[in-house]
Write a protein of this length. Structure first.
Length: 331
């Protein structure tokens, strides 16, 4: 009962941190004169990806035995899987709730199309690396993944610089109520919000792990399903808040930008520190994530937009994986 209460409290903490963070990151974009593409796909995406970034690294470096690597690999694969399926679905649901129709999303298509293209390329390469026979060959993939993310960041900032709409209304900075805040105040708010989010996510993880252990859930299922749900909540909350405000590029870029980061930099760490041999269920999660993202990529390539109804299909891919996971752990 105590763990359930802590679970609810942690959700509230994460939601509070996400609200403060979205406000701060919008002000940061304005202060740096950047458009929604860079703000959503890089600053917001990487910032809110910090909790789930730390978990696999800590698990791989500190946990003893094969279990640490299993938790680490599960968390690494779980993040892009959750983002490419469940996060899409939740964003689609939010759009339906706040607009009550299936109208096209208000996005800059080139931003989201670029994100999805990079994700499909680097994540597929990371999965192919698991079939390479030697660690030396896998390290070549690590270099390519890191270089690809550097190119992605450069292209995103270059295309977005100078696009900030200085006339666009932004809610008052929470850490500076009168007039326009200085850059230092904005940075303090962003860092403070991240600390709140990380603290809430850590409390959530401990509570979920306690509840899951009592139910006897295997460690890999915990790592690839339950832990990413906890650590991906910041992205989902931020995206829902931005959809409510009609800022769909920020909402989607927050997810797709995190997908690029989580499918390049984090797998590169995993490949470097583990044997990077993926079990069938791990491969299934990766394939489903690629199929879900590939569907959205085809839609945006053909229509230059995305639709809430099609985003909901991410939930179908997530449900398919749950079926395989449950089937695998039940007698």
């Amino acid at each position: 009962m105590v763990d359930i209460i802590l679970l609810i409290i942690s959700l509230g903490i994460i939601l509070l941190g996400a609200e403060v963070f979205t406000n701060g990151i919008e002000w940061l974009g304005r202060k740096l004169n950047l458009g929604e593409g860079a703000v959503g796909s890089i600053f917001a995406a990487v910032g809110t990806a910090l909790p789930e970034t730390l978990i696999p690294i800590i698990a791989i470096l500190t946990a003893t035995g094969a279990g640490g690597h299993e938790i680490g690999i599960g968390a690494i694969l779980g993040a892009p899987f959750m983002l490419g399926t469940l996060a899409f679905c939740i964003t689609g649901i939010a759009a339906f709730i706040f607009r009550r129709n299936n109208r096209p999303m208000y996005i800059h298509p080139e931003v989201i199309e670029r994100d999805l293209k990079f994700f499909l390329a680097v994540y597929a390469l990371a999965i192919v690396a698991s079939f390479l026979p030697t660690h030396s060959l896998k390290m070549i993939v690590v270099i390519i993944l890191l270089a690809a993310y550097a190119i992605y960041v450069y292209q995103t900032i270059k295309s977005s610089h100078g696009e900030a709409n200085l006339e666009e209304e932004i809610p008052c900075c929470y850490f500076h109520k009168r007039g326009e805040p200085g850059l230092f105040i904005v940075l303090v708010q962003v860092v403070a919000a991240l600390l709140i989010i990380v603290g809430g996510a850590e409390l959530f993880i401990r509570s979920v792990q306690a509840v899951s252990a009592a139910l006897g859930i295997p460690v890999f299922i915990l790592a690839i399903i339950i832990t990413p749900i906890a650590t991906e909540l910041p992205e989902k909350f931020n995206s829902v808040l931005w959809v409510r405000r009609g800022k769909d590029t920020l909402a989607m870029g927050n997810i797709t930008g995190a997908m690029v980061f989580q499918s390049s930099v984090i797998p590169a760490i995993g490949i470097s520190l583990t044997s990077w041999v993926l079990e069938p269920l791990a491969l299934a999660s990766a394939i489903l994530a690629l199929l879900s993202a590939g569907l959205q990529y085809v839609v945006i390539r053909r229509t230059k937009t995305l639709y809430p109804g099609i985003l909901l299909l991410g939930g179908v891919f997530y449900t398919i994986f749950l079926f395989f996971a449950i089937k695998g752990i039940t007698p």
